[in-house]
Design a protein around this ligand. Sequence first.
Ligand SMILES: Cc1ncc(COP(=O)(O)O)c(C=O)c1O
Length: 366
Amino acid sequence: MGNAESLMRETIKRIVPYSPGKSSAEVMRELGLERVTKLASNENPLGPSPLAIEAICGAAGQAWVYPDPDCRDLTAALAERLEVPAETIIVGRGSDEVIHMLGLALVNEGENIVFATPPFAMYPITARLMGAEERTVPHRNFRHDLDAMAEQVDEKTKLVFISNPYNPLGTIVTADEVERFLDRIPDTCVIVFDEAYFEYVVDPDYPDALGYVRDDVRCMVLRTFSKAWGLAGLRVGYGIGPADIVNVLKQVREPFNVDLLAQVAAVASLRDPDQVPRSVRCVREGLEYLYAQLDEMGLTYVPTQANFVMVDVGIDSVECFDALMRLGVTVRTGEIFGLPSWLRVTVGTPEQNETFIAALRNVLKC
Ligand SMILES: Cc1ncc(COP(=O)(O)O)c(C=O)c1O
């Protein structure tokens, strides 16, 4: 019998597969719970737009037909909404897939990719998949250190990832900081503004990354239907960037990468003017409640621009996670992000937030 390890490409031996944590169904089964409040994956508890649900039901009978490989309706709807040419848009099976395409299409073995640590998991996975060097820059006060990142960029840098807002820490980089950064970066690399949570941002200093694309900066902006649009289970996201780069990405895209129901659901969602405001309101009101409770409990947290918040629980995060799970609440432990006494908590519905706070008070006895 062969040994799979000897068959593996050298570079992928270093990939640590993405770990989503336990599903609610697993937790319920293992712990005999009737209900689990999942605040672990930054999903939108309000769910999809009713228009999306109606479109999915309407299109279900068409599931035997291959989807449009070019996502033409969705691309046209996005182009109109964002006021950018359709040729500057690429749709993926989640923005994860667009990150994957950026690696496959642009990064040669031995080149490097720059990103902050702790990173969003897809950045190191992509670097390792491509045999690229990972140039990591630790966060500074929970924020990207763009000056230090610029110092890491050289002629072998192909991609610079800026998660803005920053998953897992929730902070943003400002327009001023980005503009200073752009002045220092050669146009031999592509800067990727990963804006999975941009709909939730309220800070007026948030940069207009689409404006950089319009101004011909060598950058890609990534967005998703998984968060504010509530379609994480269907897997659809997109990138906007210079048409020549988008064309290169299309060379590595799988045919029929975005499924039919995902496409119709995304198009229908864009017709719903209430979906994003409703989702943003839920998060901002939820944060008001959570901040007040955490303040009362004397816990430190990182004020966030996204739909999740990092909280220092002052004890081992894995122990705290286990205790919360036994009470039917799942979150993310900070130890995977190098913050061993912190938890990352998704902002839920009012009821979910109250359940989390009650469980946390119970665990921390405060
Ligand atoms: C920063 C960031 N980028 C990209 C994604 C991927 O989103 P999706 O593949 O669901 O579009 C996520 C998901 O959590 C994320 O946090």
